[in-house]
Design a protein around this ligand. Structure first.
Ligand code: 6GU
Length: 248
């Protein structure tokens, strides 16, 4: 995967992409990350990249010329990759969107700043708009890092265990089961017996049930879309009955 990141703050990305799984993906040639400072394409003496909004109202808007010049000089005109604007007005980023993006050979991530980006950038340059949640950040940089991270770890060969993405929270529409490691007893708190039993079928059943229970308790909104078996539905019906009984 080839990422082109367009930003006014490339230095934000450098430390994160230099460590851990992203760094390893780059070293192995599985991910290429190119940072482009939009300010480098401002042609005036002071390299101005923002201006006041037409119609007034305060705040600053990113000018269209440097953004178009940056993206078109790197990706051609029209751009030969999806151009994704990170904005709180975009479609919500989910694991399904991460999987969708991981299928492209190349992606451009455009980080908005200030109060916004000139509308002509959205209309005539951008092909997709993504938000990472219903809250407001000061710019798209953190959102671009979120997208970069979530997509990179899905690329074939990036994670040591090729089955790892299938086990992630959200991969099957459910949250993950609890995890434990040594010691078997910590401050008197024991690791559940089933996990030390060596009975793989029992462990798999326990994990699935925990995963279902957690999702039911914490994120019931996810259950509506998760692929559930007859047994899952029966378990949930039992928990709901218990809950009603508890509430008397
Ligand atoms: Cl992509 N950008 C900004 N500025 N704020 C956000 C966001 C993006 N996603 C959630 N909040």
């Amino acid at each position: 995967m080839h990422f082109d990141i367009f930003t006014l703050f490339p230095e934000v990305f450098t430390p994160y992409i230099a460590v851990s799984i992203i760094a390893r993906a780059r070293e192995r040639g599985l991910a290429e990350i190119h940072l482009h400072n939009i300010r480098d394409w401002a042609t005036d003496r002071h390299h101005v990249v923002d201006d006041e909004p037409y119609g007034g109202g305060g705040g600053m808007v990113m000018k269209p010329e440097p953004v178009f010049a940056a993206v078109e000089s790197v990706l051609g005109s029209p751009p030969r990759a999806p151009v994704i604007l990170l904005t709180p007005q975009g479609r919500l980023f989910t694991q399904a969107v991460a999987r969708e993006l991981a299928a492209f050979p190349r992606l451009a991530l455009l980080c908005g700043r200030y109060e916004g980006v000139d509308e002509r950038v959205r209309q005539h340059l951008v092909t997709d708009e993504i938000s990472i949640g219903d809250y407001v950040l000061t710019g798209g940089e953190l959102a671009a890092l979120v997208v970069l991270d979530a997509v990179t770890r899905l690329l074939p060969g990036v994670l040591g265990d090729p089955d790892a993405p299938a086990k992630d929270s959200h991969a099957n529409g459910l949250l993950e089961h609890p995890h434990y490691t040594r010691p078997p007893v910590f401050r008197g708190w024991e690791v559940p017996e089933v996990l030390r039993s060596g009975d793989h079928a029992r462990i798999a059943r326990w994990r699935h049930e925990q995963s279902l229970r957690r999702t039911w308790e914490r994120r019931p909104d996810l259950l509506a879309r998760a692929p559930l078996s007859e047994e899952d539905h029966a378990l949930i019906a039992r928990w709901e009955a218990e809950r009603r009984a508890d509430r008397g």
